[in-house]
Design a protein around this ligand. Structure first.
Ligand code: NAD
Length: 458
């Protein structure tokens, strides 16, 4: 593949193309990054932040253009893309305002004769590989905190958003960062594989568990660190004592955000048998009233999936589950023929068994399987019945239940009654097959640093 073709999933029209990086170009970027390593490490943190603030200002001033590009290239409804831009700026501001606090040397011990000091140093040349689902946040979350820590980056954005990646490269090139500190390469998974096989100090990967496992193996062979932010199949549990209307609203907005293409999004719903019928009825009404359309329209609530290949996968996941006995409450069909893009109806399925693809696989699309539970322990068992452990969602007004269930859930993040955990000061990451390491907060700063203790005489 010499070129990455950018396709608008709302109408399958070609938007443009970008040349794929060659092996010699990748090697050249790695050389540049190694040369820049020392310069960037020795650039005072205040100066690094000053340069990166220019990136943030430029992003802010081009908010509409960026949101529109996200909508066109990967199908995120424009209203959500605008939120992605604002959210990404908030994250950057938090990093800028808190970096010095968490990266400054820390005294761990001192007495009359000794002083012990922890220092945070950069890890070095980072291969940063990200997916397409929040094109700006994928860049900001992966690159900005790491650059503040003093790491230098060779980045590969997803092949689904080559024009967006080009745009980011252009913005970064204009801000006066030393040459080689931030480098972009272009291509699919093969190019990503070539990148991680170069002379690098750190793999920072966000994407599927399947690819993450390959990179983990490689990092083991190279004996370097790999930060892995992988897939998820978050459970949501609704107890009868919850605020039902609010819980249902929250489930719907979560499941349908970005057409259900969110790593930590609620993907399996577990409802107490006493309220099951009522919950399904309310879900159905909301799902059926969503405005489906071209992602660029301000009135669109559900856009297309990222690409035809994702639509084909989702069709199979639903079809094979239905063949095994899943019941379609609403939706269930592709809207490709009718609408001319990668659209799929918002879908609710019941009569789910654990062997169905919509239960055991990560489903990236507007499809919600709903199951019943009787006892709290049964709900926990169902919630943890997955290889993933990224997010989870709990709806109840009982504090004892909150305490018991939040302890039992094997996930890195738990949202109780709709209180969002995705905040720049919180750690983001998962248990089990959802990866290793944490992004954001003080956790992210430390994860992206070498930690050195210097114990000396006073
Ligand atoms: P993917 O794993 O197919 O691709 C992710 C990136 O890896 C792309 O840039 C791709 O080109 C590259 N890649 C693919 N094969 C590679 C290889 N062998 N070597 C090196 N790079 C390779 O995932 P996707 O379909 O782009 O994204 C969806 C997945 O990402 C979902 O599983 C989702 O849950 C996950 N995700 C996780 C988080 C998180 O923070 N945990 C955030 C967003 C998305």
């Amino acid at each position: 593949m010499n070129e990455l073709i950018s396709i608008n999933p709302s109408n399958y029209q070609q938007l443009g193309s970008v040349g794929t990086s060659t092996l010699s170009q990748i090697k050249q970027k790695i050389v540049l990054a190694h040369r820049a390593k020392r310069v960037w490490q020795e650039t005072p943190i205040k100066e690094r932040i000053k340069l990166l603030k220019k990136v943030s200002l430029e992003i802010k001033s081009r908010k509409q253009t960026i949101a529109l590009l996200e909508s066109r290239e990967m199908g995120m409804p424009i209203t959500e893309a605008l939120v992605d831009v604002e959210g990404s700026i908030d994250y950057m501001n938090w990093y800028f305002n808190n970096a010095e606090k968490y990266l400054s040397p820390e005294i761990t011990f001192k007495n009359k004769t000794e002083i012990h000091e922890v220092r945070y140093e950069p890890i070095g040349v980072t291969a940063l590989i990200v997916p397409w689902n929040f094109p700006l946040a994928n860049f900001v979350w992966g690159a900005v905190q790491s650059l503040i820590c003093g790491n230098v980056i060779v980045m590969k954005h997803s092949e689904e958003v080559p024009l967006f990646a080009k745009f980011i490269e252009e913005i970064m090139a204009k801000q006066g960062l030393p040459e080689g500190v931030f480098n972009m390469i272009y291509g699919d998974g093969n190019i990503g594989w070539q990148l991680v096989n170069q002379d690098i100090d750190l793999i920072s990967f966000t994407g599927s568990t399947m690819v993450g496992k390959r990179l983990h193996e490689l990092a083991g062979k190279k004996f370097i660190k790999a930060l892995l932010e992988l897939g998820g199949s978050a459970p949501g549990i609704i107890f009868p004592d919850s605020n039902l209307n609010q819980a249902v609203e929250n489930v719907c907005s979560n499941r349908l955000l970005n057409q259900g293409q969110c790593c930590d999004g609620l993907k399996r719903l577990i409802v107490h048998e006493s309220i099951f019928k009522e919950v399904v009825k309310q879900l159905k009404t909301i799902f059926e009233n969503k405005q489906i359309g071209n992602a660029e329209n301000m009135t669109t609530q559900i856009g297309p999936l990222v690409a035809k290949r994702q639509l084909e996968l989702l069709k199979l996941q639903v079809k094979e589950s239905v063949n095994k006995g899943a019941r379609i409450i609403t939706g269930g069909k592709s809207l490709e023929e009718k609408m001319g893009g990668a659209f799929f109806e918002p879908t609710i399925l019941t009569e789910i068994t654990p062997d169905m693809r919509v239960w055991k696989e990560e489903v990236f699309g507007p499809v919600l399987p709903v199951v019943k539970f009787r006892t709290t322990d049964e709900a926990i068992k169902l919630a943890n019945d997955t290889i993933y452990g990224l997010g989870s969602y709990l709806y109840t007004s009982d504090h004892k239940t909150i305490d018991y269930v939040t302890k039992a859930l094997k996930t890195g993040m738990v949202n109780v009654n709709g209180t969002n955990y995705v905040m720049p000061f919180n750690p983001f990451g998962g248990y089990k097959n959802s990866g290793f390491g944490r992004e954001h907060g003080k956790y992210g700063f430390h994860e992206l640093s070498q930690i050195k203790i210097i114990a000396r005489n006073r």
